[in-house]
Design a protein around this ligand. Structure first.
Ligand code: AMP
Length: 217
């Protein structure tokens, strides 16, 4: 089974990274009037930054790139453009992470074309191989430490996708699933999270349960 390194990100991690990003924005004396979050990953970070910086003008642009957990689906694209006029405003565009950097680069270009007076970008994490470098980020991830970050707002999307991938090759019990996660994905989801993941997959008609055993349909 081919796994990849994951990290189960906690809300404490998010709060620390948001604080760090805000510290850098303030040190730079940047004073945005409008925040634009990239749906979906940048929505919660954008909301938290808008709360801490007391900026009520918060909007979203939607980009799509990585269709299934840890699998990019071709070129990034904008699927929801900015629905308001930000001409002449100081803008901050926010996302969770720059990996290839395509999504943020595309969104920044889109917003730039709408004539803001100033435009900066921020992410919580920046993977060093990214083609686009955000103006502000809390932490960097070296290229050889590439990790799939399972953010608290994405837990069940990621765990269902990874669990289905595991179940392509294995029938599982909760215990064996936990072992596979530890061995191949370097994380230890709680049994309650795995129970919830499996019950979502049963409800979606993707897997069935036979006693303690779960298998793909
Ligand atoms: P990208 O266009 O490759 O910079 O990434 C687009 C979006 O995919 C990011 O904003 C994240 O929501 C998600 N994503 C990409 N890489 C990762 C990763 N290593 N861990 C978690 N989410 C990721």
């Amino acid at each position: 089974m081919k796994g990849f390194r994951c990290m189960l990100v906690t809300w404490k991690n998010i709060e620390d990274w948001v604080s760090e990003v805000i510290k850098k924005i303030e040190l730079d004396k940047y004073n945005p009037e409008v925040i634009i979050g990239l749906a979906r990953g940048g929505l919660v970070p954008a909301r938290l930054i808008s709360d801490r910086m007391q900026i009520k003008d918060l909007y979203a642009v939607k980009t799509e790139h990585w269709g299934i957990t840890a699998t990019p689906d071709g070129q990034a694209r904008i699927t929801q453009t900015l629905p308001i006029n930000i001409s002449g405003k100081r803008v901050l565009v926010v996302d969770d992470i720059t990996d290839t950097g395509q999504s943020l680069s595309l969104a920044v270009d889109h917003v730039k074309n709408m004539g803001p007076s100033e435009l900066k970008s921020a992410t919580l994490l920046h993977i060093l191989h990214s083609k686009y470098i955000p103006d502000y980020y809390a932490d960097v991830v070296p290229e050889d430490k590439w990790t799939w970050f399972i953010f608290p707002w994405n837990v069940y999307e990621d765990l269902t996708n990874i669990t289905l991938k595991i179940m392509d090759e294995n029938q599982v019990t909760i215990e064996s699933l936990q072992d596979i996660y530890e061995k191949y994905f370097q994380i230890k989801p709680k049994k309650s999270q795995l129970n919830e993941t499996l019950s979502i997959l049963i409800k979606k008609g993707k897997i069935v349960r036979d006693g303690k055993i779960y298998k793909k349909l």
